[in-house]
Design a protein around this ligand. Structure first.
Ligand code: GS8
Length: 217
């Protein structure tokens, strides 16, 4: 049997993507928690010498870096229960929206990093991005239709930080994007997601700690 391990950090939405995908595939793996503030492990530095970031998936000691590339790799290496659709066009769409959610993490971070007028602008930009995602979801159950897949995994992991954005920014996403909020709830009911996503209040506490660290309070 092959050995699978994940260099990870508990609150990393990028690491969560890999954890959810492995859970969906039923692949057993070991997690190695990295100390991103105290000192990264030599294994992380040698496995991801370009970015030096988590997550890194090690499959029989061979490293794969970057969460969306990891998701693609997981789908190729364990093809049962595919995460990507079969149709080339639909595959491209799933990858497009998954890539878009990386930008949402950046936009969302501006909500907790800013104050006053800058925060109002960040909130608007964040909500506008979610509305675009909501448009892509349409009336479907999941991004790909009836089946939970690639774009859902990429997005729900990023959404684990949304409660923190809402609390820092004083808004409720469900008021602005009810269909997206319903999709979040639906995904959260899946075991692969509920066992991976941390408590929203824990993410918020982490964000408060980051704000203090960066002198933003
Ligand atoms: C982002 C990984 C990342 O930012 C991906 O995997 O998709 N594009 C990459 N990882 C962060 C932790 S989560 O915010 C990280 O490892 N940071 C450590 C550092 O920047 O030194």
């Amino acid at each position: 049997m092959s050995k699978v391990s994940l260099l990870d950090f508990w609150v990393s939405p990028f690491g969560m993507r890999a954890r959810i995908a492995l859970a969906e595939k039923g692949v057993e793996f070991e997690r190695q928690e990295e100390d991103l503030f105290g000192g990264k492990s030599d294994l992380l530095l040698s496995s991801n010498p370009v970015y030096k970031k988590v997550p890194v998936l090690l499959h029989d000691a061979k490293p794969v870096c970057e969460s969306l590339i990891i998701l693609n790799y997981i789908d190729d290496a364990w093809p049962e229960k595919p995460l990507l659709p079969q149709c080339p066009y639909e595959r491209a769409q799933a990858r497009f929206w998954a890539d878009f959610t990386d930008k949402i993490f950046e936009t969302g971070s501006n909500v907790w990093r800013s104050k006053g007028q800058a925060q109002e602008e960040a909130k608007k930009e964040f909500i506008d991005s979610i509305k675009l995602l909501e448009g892509a979801l349409g009336e479907k159950k999941y991004f790909g239709g009836e089946t939970f897949g690639f774009a859902d995994i990429a997005t729900i992991a990023i959404a684990s930080w949304f409660y923190a954005y809402e609390t820092c920014g004083g808004f409720k996403l469900a008021d602005e994007c009810p269909k997206f909020a319903a999709w979040m709830k639906r995904c959260g009911e899946r075991e692969s997601v509920s066992t991976v996503l941390p408590e929203p209040s824990k993410v918020y506490e982490f964000v408060c700690m980051m704000k203090k660290m960066h002198g933003l309070e």
